[in-house]
Design a protein around this ligand. Structure first.
Ligand code: TXA
Ligand code: MG
Length: 321
């Protein structure tokens, strides 16, 4: 395909491209070109200490980036690659410090999207690809979102349609004996446990560690001030905001019973009632809502079960600022 060749040429020339993946769109640069990688940080407005994920086109390329791969890593790769699982492993000394933020580890994943895989094959190398949004904002889940967010700062955007998962990859660190989830994402804890065994994965307690930008308290945030409210408190909360003369929106799962007369004057936005459906649509919905310039968006907190972990993580961070 012509567009794949054009995109690869841009990368070879040190350019940045919008890259569709199964999770969100990435802002891709050649993973061996430090000048291009520095531009990724400038364009995103991302602090230089925050490491990037290296995207590979084939599991056999892992050895080019890491000094060792534990047995658990091999099993996870066999089961989940290509797919939305990022592994943090000990980096080879020749991995650019711009990628790792100067740390001795590197994050790797193989995306499961035909366009991304074709590009990686055409390039014959690897790309770094943070989500293609300005730092802290909502991630893009279709090609138009990338252009909306980054404009002419991106040299070329490959259009691969809407992202199947709509939420970022799950990041698992294999640097210690017990695999550790650094960022909940498209692969659930239960899925990881089918490979590693029950209770054989731990959740990071360092949720605010600066080396994981997605773990900064405020992240994935829409421009509209957003508040997460517990089910049962939405009505009272909406009334308080309406009383101040605000334009108020309420985002909730559409399987909820909605008493429209109680919520008169509130704009209602319905989300899929499954965790996967909710995740898939969330960022696009937040972008649509931003265009309405509401004063407040109330989001009814979804259930707290493990399968809602990625959604709850993103909502909590989006609401905190
Ligand atoms: O689904 C995804 O992972 C998307 C698509 C485009 O592939 N990419 C993405 O990249 O979400 P970004 O840059 O928005 O998030 C990268 C995450 C950050 O939380 C970063 O700190 C973490 O990966 N990370 C990268 N290298 C790391 C390392 N050596 N140790 C710990 N965390 C690391
Ligand atoms: Mg991001």
């Amino acid at each position: 395909m012509d567009s794949i060749r054009i995109a690869a040429d841009h990368l070879r020339a040190g350019g940045l491209i919008g890259l569709p993946t199964e999770t969100v769109y990435g802002l891709a640069a050649d993973a061996r070109n430090s000048t291009a990688i520095k531009r990724v940080f400038t364009v995103k407005g991302r602090p230089a200490t925050h490491p990037l994920i290296v995207h590979l086109g084939d599991p056999s390329r892992v050895d080019e980036w890491v000094t060792s791969l534990p047995a658990s890593g091999k099993r996870l790769i066999e089961r989940f690659w290509p797919g939305p699982l990022t592994l943090v492993l000990p980096a080879r000394p020749d991995v650019l410090p711009e990628i790792t933020g100067g740390q001795s580890s590197v994050a790797l994943r193989m995306p499961n999207h035909s366009v991304a895989l074709s590009l990686l094959e055409e390039l014959g190398g690897a790309v770094v690809a943070p989500s293609a949004n300005r730092f802290g904002h909502v991630s893009p889940t279709c090609a138009r979102h990338v252009s909306d967010s980054l404009g002419s700062d991106v040299d070329f955007v490959l259009d691969g349609g809407s992202c199947r998962y709509g939420v970022e990859s799950t990041i698992v660190s294999l640097l210690q004996d017990m695999p550790r989830i650094l960022r909940p994402g498209a692969i659930t804890l239960a899925e990881l446990e089918t490979v590693l065994g029950r209770g054989a994965v731990e959740l990071s307690e360092r949720a605010d560690a600066p080396c994981v930008p997605g773990s900064h308290k405020s992240h994935y945030a829409p421009r509209t001030p957003m508040r997460l409210v517990q089910a049962g408190e939405t009505f009272v909360s909406a009334q308080q905001h309406l009383a101040k003369g605000e334009r108020v929106g309420l985002l909730q799962r559409c399987d909820k019973q909605i008493n429209r007369s109680l919520l008169q004057g509130v704009m209602l936005f319905c989300m899929d009632s499954t965790p996967a459906g909710y995740a898939r649509d969330l960022y696009a919905r937040l972008r649509e809502i931003d265009r309405l310039r509401l004063d407040t968006l109330l989001v009814e907190a979804p259930p707290s079960g493990a399968e809602w972990m990625a959604v709850n993580d993103r909502l909590t961070r989006a609401a905190s600022r």
